[in-house]
Design a binder for this molecule. Structure first.
Ligand SMILES: Nc1ncnc2c1ncn2[C@@H]1O[C@H](COP(=O)(O)OP(=O)(O)OP(=O)(O)O)[C@@H](O)[C@H]1O
Length: 227
């Protein structure tokens, strides 16, 4: 279970962007998270993926409370997550050919053995041909780079996937291919998914349930509290 309990988080203590929000994702479940722009979906997704420390509340992953965040989180917890962001170019090292970009988490965790086979297998899963694997990010399209970023997110076989607007910049056929790759991975492994997006039709089709960010908070609305 991925359990977010009464999370308050943001960028300054005095004005949190996420206030008292709770959300659970069961193993194997796909949950879509919708909400207006700027409401705090990405911030909550980053908390869920252990990339942003909340100011209050707790995150419990497979029964283990999270006590440390980002690079300080224990490797076992950190590597339980695969994360894909909207803007592939911001999350890809421009110096790395796509094959190395996909293999990055294997290198970072000292699991180089068999990495070429794993990269080839994942490239096929996400629909990247061999000629693209030797190119650097500036030599491929946004859709091709996002395919590589999804392959990178899957390379350590995470139990949880967090896809934050993964397909927002992409055309319909690339969107369909990436969603299919995520679903193939989930049906093979039983991984759970938190998918953040704007497109209710896509999320309803993709996920077991879709929740509205604004319905998740038990905090008193700020205007009423300030009165
Ligand atoms: N690094 C940051 N520093 C300061 N404020 C930030 C930072 N990142 C986001 N914010 C602010 O936090 C609020 C919530 O942002 P967040 O990205 O979580 O919203 P969102 O619901 O994902 O929006 P969108 O749908 O537009 O991506 C916004 O007001 C945003 O300006």
């Amino acid at each position: 279970m991925l359990d977010l309990r009464a999370i308050t988080a943001g960028y300054t203590r005095s004005t949190p962007v996420v206030r008292d929000v709770s959300l659970s994702v069961a193993p194997g479940e796909a949950v879509g998270l919708l909400g207006p722009s700027g409401c705090g979906k990405s911030t909550l997704a980053r908390v869920a993926a252990l990339l942003h420390r909340p100011d209050a509340g707790s995150v419990v992953v497979d029964g283990e409370p999270v006590r440390r965040w980002r690079h300080r989180a224990p490797r076992e917890q950190r590597t339980a997550f695969g994360v894909v962001f909207q803007q592939a170019r911001l999350s890809a090292d421009p110096r790395l050919p796509l094959a190395d970009l996909i293999a990055e988490p294997l290198r970072a965790t000292g699991r180089r053995q068999g990495s070429a086979d794993r990269v080839a297998e994942l490239a096929a899963t996400v629909g990247l041909t061999g000629d693209l694997l030797t190119r650097r990010p500036h030599e491929v399209s946004d859709g091709q780079l996002q395919r590589a970023c999804l392959a990178r997110a899957l390379v350590l076989r995470p139990r949880w996937l967090v896809c934050d607007e993964m397909t927002a910049m992409l055309d319909a056929s690339t969107t369909a291919a990436l969603v299919r790759a995520v679903e193939d991975y989930r049906s093979a492994t039983g991984a759970g998914l938190l998918a953040v997006g704007h497109d209710r039709t896509l999320l309803d089709r993709w996920c077991d349930r879709t929740v509205d960010f604004t319905s998740l908070s038990t905090a008193v609305p700020r205007k009423a509290a300030d009165r």
